[in-house]
Design a protein around this ligand. Structure first.
Ligand SMILES: C[S@@+](CC[C@H](N)C(=O)[O-])C[C@H]1O[C@@H](n2cnc3c(N)ncnc32)[C@H](O)[C@@H]1O
Length: 278
């Protein structure tokens, strides 16, 4: 079948995920979207078989990012697997906020709950003088982050630490984190993709969704942040007031809730003393 006809066939078969057709065809054939138009060719039987397999898995609800094994975030490519959350576009708001404030400064950044490494690696890529440490609780997750750091050509440190049990070593100017923030009982009522495929450990923020914010702000931050250190959190869109209150209670100042491009509260920043987020 010639690629132009295949595109409309794949779109139809993918139903509500029809917008993913070009990504799948490009992945399997190695053709770019402009090749589809400028240099169309017949798709081989082997390629057809692979495309059909992907459509079957996709139609059973498996996220395309897990089927293909990678995704795009901040214009970079990140490997993902069943141990790592699929990086969300929402999270780009956190990275953009941090990168804008850091610029070319020499800042020691700790990315708590790094998963694929998408936040810390993007910061390291865009802020050439940032010294970034990626933290997660398991070696297997950190192995994915390490691969992504190498693939994207950045030099980062890795730290295995269960943040609920231990205090990370080192001193930092900035903690950045997209921690698990979904209320425990909500997780299994989320749509199929999230509840069936993504790791619950990446989502479960305790009964009220705020467990990691409490732990990081109340027990961790002051032990590892410099005097004028700062925090930048991703939050669920209803958590702005609650996370601000947690920071306020611990005497953080200049607490700001920032919105994502859809207008939802998405990021909270705060500082210990005037500096980064003044
Ligand atoms: C919401 S995911 C964020 C992943 C990635 N930073 C992103 O934005 O796509 C939360 C991350 O926290 C990690 N995590 C969960 N419990 C943890 C713990 N006790 N200590 C350290 N990391 C933890 C998970 O493994 C997961 O990678």
């Amino acid at each position: 079948m010639v690629v132009s006809r295949l595109r409309s066939e794949v779109r139809k078969q993918l139903k509500e995920n029809g917008h993913e057709a070009d990504w799948i065809i490009s992945h399997v054939t190695g053709m770019s979207q402009s090749d589809f138009i400028m240099h169309p060719r017949e798709v081989t039987d082997d390629e057809m078989r692979k495309i059909k397999d992907i459509i079957t898995r996709r139609n059973s609800g498996e996220p395309l990012q897990y089927i293909l094994g990678y995704t795009e975030f901040m214009g970079l490519t990140f490997k993902v697997n069943e141990l790592t959350l699929i990086p969300r576009q929402d999270t780009e708001t956190l990275v953009e906020t941090v990168v804008t404030r850091i610029g070319h400064d020499h800042v020691r950044v700790l990315d708590i709950g790094t998963g694929s490494g998408c936040i810390g690696i993007s910061i390291a890529k865009l802020c050439p003088n940032a010294e970034v440490t990626l933290l997660d609780y398991s070696d297997a997750i950190l192995a994915v982050a390490r691969e992504n750091a190498e693939h994207n050509g950045v030099d980062v440190k890795l730290m295995r630490c269960d943040i609920l049990e231990e205090i990370p070593t080192g001193e930092y100017d900035l903690i950045v984190s997209n921690p698990p923030y979904i209320e425990t009982e909500t997780i299994f009522s989320l749509d199929n993709i999230v509840s069936s495929y993504e790791p619950p450990e990446a989502l479960d923020g305790g009964f009220d969704g705020l467990m990691f914010y409490h732990r990081i702000v109340e027990d961790v931050a002051k032990k590892i942040l410099t005097e004028d250190g700062a925090i930048a959190f991703e939050i669920g869109y209803t958590q702005g007031d609650a996370v601000s209150e947690i920071l306020h209670e611990e005497d953080f100042s200049n607490i700001k809730v920032l919105r994502d491009p859809c207008g939802n509260d998405r990021v909270v920043t705060a500082r210990l003393k005037p500096a980064l987020f003044s």
